[in-house]
Design a protein around this ligand. Structure first.
Ligand SMILES: Cc1ncc(COP(=O)(O)O)c(C=O)c1O
Length: 349
């Protein structure tokens, strides 16, 4: 790793001391609080400032903010910016994450739904025509990129549409933290405000995420995060976010994943980290067999098992998965996903 790890270096160079401060476990170590030497996330001047500046540079943002409360707090922060700018509505795909609906409900933002079709139980990204229709009745567009099934919307044409309409583009990249290496697929190359769910596809601790802004939204986002982040941020999570954003690209595993998908009849998608195997009505048996052999998928939606990779996945692990998949019969995939099967999403009509 060429980049400095500001937060981790500070944590490892701490002197032992007597803790008359939180946290109550009193085991001063990596899990410390904001002290005179460890900086303060609310108004960073030291290692947190340096880490956030490096992250913004890597992600191509004017400003980036470390989140220890998951992408959820990033989605709330982005949508709060719209509200604070006087916007009243946002166009968002039907299969947006619950945090989108919850934030809009909390801020009184009207959601104009962008139609999304499903094919063999998989939500497809909205078409340009569907987005155009919804955006005509809304003040902004929010996309999910990539989605849980590894599909990426037509970011270039959708962002051109937003620019032509003079409306901001927000991207929920909860599943796309690893995409900053491939700029043409990365939310930050197109969006005004975007979230990177670092903990899902990069080696960060659970809940580690980043929310970023382009120039004209940077100040508003700074005000927003103050409202939706915890006032007791976890240093292990913050250090892991910095580590993960600076984690080097692993092209060998990216290529191995794409080869694996072709070899094992996986669903074609746009994201190497999402390996989607169509087991159809044999999903449950396949999952049980794999788990009995120590292999756990991300989800089973009744049609597919999703295996979620990251730059930390090893070739040996993929090989083991392949060996097991060879022994497992595939079932019939239903044309329509069973009601409520699509994970984490709530369909709004
Ligand atoms: C598309 C999408 N957005 C946002 C989130 C929220 O992310 P987090 O769990 O990090 O708060 C999720 C979680 O699964 C998600 O799938």
């Amino acid at each position: 790793m060429k980049e400095r790890l500001w937060i981790a270096e500070m944590l490892h160079s701490q002197k032992r001391h007597i803790s008359f401060h939180t946290p109550g476990h009193k085991r001063a170590g990596l899990d410390i609080t904001e002290l005179s030497y460890s900086d303060c996330l609310l108004s960073p001047r030291g290692v947190l400032k340096a880490a956030q500046e490096d992250i913004a540079r890597i992600l191509g943002a004017e400003r980036s903010f470390i989140l220890t409360d998951g992408s959820t707090s990033g989605v709330f922060s982005m949508l709060w910016c719209l509200k604070a700018a006087g916007k009243r509505s946002v166009a968002a795909p039907v299969f947006s994450h619950p945090s989108v609906w919850h934030a809009c409900e909390a801020f009184g933002l009207k959601v104009v739904t962008v139609a999304e079709e499903t094919r063999f139980g998989i939500p497809l990204q909205p078409t340009l025509a569907a987005a155009e229709k919804a955006l005509a009745a809304a003040d902004a567009l929010l996309l999910t990129s990539p989605d849980y099934y590894g599909n990426i919307p037509a970011l270039a044409s959708l962002s051109a549409l937003c620019r032509a309409e003079g409306k901001p583009l927000l991207v929920d990249g909860a599943h796309g933290g690893h995409l900053h290496f491939s700029r043409e697929r990365y939310a930050g190359s197109y969006a005004d405000l975007w979230v990177d769910g670092v903990h899902k596809s990069l080696p960060a601790l659970t809940q580690g995420a980043v929310v970023s802004a382009r120039r004209e939204w940077a100040d508003a986002l700074g005000e927003a995060v103050v409202r939706f982040r915890t006032s007791s941020p976890s240093y292990p999570i913050m250090a892991s976010v910095e580590y993960a954003v600076k984690f080097p690209r692993n092209q060998a595993i990216e290529e191995a994943a794409e080869a694996f998908k072709s070899q094992y009849g996986c669903v074609k998608n746009d994201d190497w980290t999402k390996v989607l195997v169509p087991f159809g009505d044999r999903c449950a048996q396949a999952q049980a067999y794999l788990e009995a052999h120590g292999v756990y998928p991300e989800f089973n939606d009744g049609n597919y098992l999703l295996f979620y990779l990251s730059p930390r996945t090893s070739a040996g692990e993929l090989k083991k998965l392949g060996g097991l998949l060879r022994r497992l019969p595939r079932g019939r995939v239903a044309e329509d996903a069973p009601a409520g099967a699509i994970p984490m999403y709530r369909e709004v009509t």
